[in-house]
Design a protein around this ligand. Structure first.
Ligand SMILES: C[S@@+](CC[C@H](N)C(=O)[O-])C[C@H]1O[C@@H](n2cnc3c(N)ncnc32)[C@H](O)[C@@H]1O
Length: 255
């Protein structure tokens, strides 16, 4: 994401801060946050959004949920009652809460962090589950009409990204959709290593624990399309500059 958060992350990268220090940075960021009644606690907002700022949290969550709904409908997923939607890596429901309130479809969310899922279970209508860092997910084959993941594949190593693309395909019905966010070659920060990214298809720019915001993974559009095939067919990319999340959105259809 651009702005102060990006600057702070770049500074952390330069001094080579460890995962423990990054954890401390996240705790301190949460301590400085303003009160926000009705929203998840500040530390959970930092884990999910990289910032605890209430208006940023609400604004990005609300706008991205509207983007996802519009993209899904554009590509034929009506999100009516009887259909199911999965938020993979839902955090504390930044997107799931407004999305679930806006469509009749049944909402599921999963995350590896039990603290985040506990908040979702207590505060957001839907089926929320703690899942494991590696597949499988606790859902039937073809259970979902739409799966989406915002700011999750941006924090996975390549082998796990491949494994999760395959597992999300398993739980999506044929013809169903996935909307997944990426750091690709058009993210402004990628300008410095664009040629290398295009050449290799996948790059880790900052190491960290799998799935944490410290780990920063870039994938080229061609690299992503190739790794998602043949289970997924690419429908469109929405450039980061045109969306609310600061990340590129890939819209895929289950073969
Ligand atoms: C940057 S946060 C984004 C949260 C949420 N998608 C949002 O945009 O508000 C990334 C989330 O992915 C979760 N996560 C990372 N790896 C995961 C995995 N393998 N399975 C499920 N959740 C995962 C993390 O625990 C974290 O809550």
């Amino acid at each position: 994401m651009p702005g102060l958060r990006g600057l702070a992350a770049d500074m952390l990268e330069k001094v080579g801060l460890s995962a423990a220090a990054f954890g401390l940075y996240q705790r301190l960021t949460a301590l400085r946050a303003p009160a926000a009644p009705g929203l998840p606690p500040a530390y959970l907002r930092v884990l999910t959004a990289g910032t605890a700022h209430p208006l940023v949290y609400l604004g990005v969550g609300g706008n991205v949920s509207l983007e996802i709904i519009a993209l899904a409908r554009r590509h034929g997923a009506t999100l009516e009652a009887g259909q199911r939607v999965l938020d993979f890596g839902c955090g504390c429901g930044r997107i799931a809460a407004p999305l679930g309130a806006s469509v009749p479809a049944a909402l599921s969310g999963c995350d590896v962090n039990p603290e985040l899922i506990a908040w979702c279970e207590a505060n957001i209508p839907g089926d929320f589950r703690v899942t494991q860092p590696a597949p499988p997910l606790p859902y039937d084959d073809g259970a979902f009409t739409l799966v989406y993941a915002l700011s999750v594949f941006t924090h996975l190593h390549e082998a796990n990204a491949r494994a999760w693309l395959a597992e999300l395909a398993r739980v999506t019905r044929p013809g169903g959709l996935a909307i997944l966010s990426l750091f690709d070659e058009d993210i402004p920060a990628a300008a410095a290593f664009r040629a290398e990214l295009l050449d290799r298809g996948f790059l880790i720019r900052r190491e960290g624990p799998e799935g944490s915001n410290l780990l920063c993974a870039y994938i080229s559009r061609a690299g992503f399309t190739a790794r998602a095939a043949p289970a997924w067919r690419l429908l469109q990319f929405i450039p980061a500059t045109e969306g609310a999340s600061g990340q590129t959105l890939a819209v895929l259809q289950r073969a």
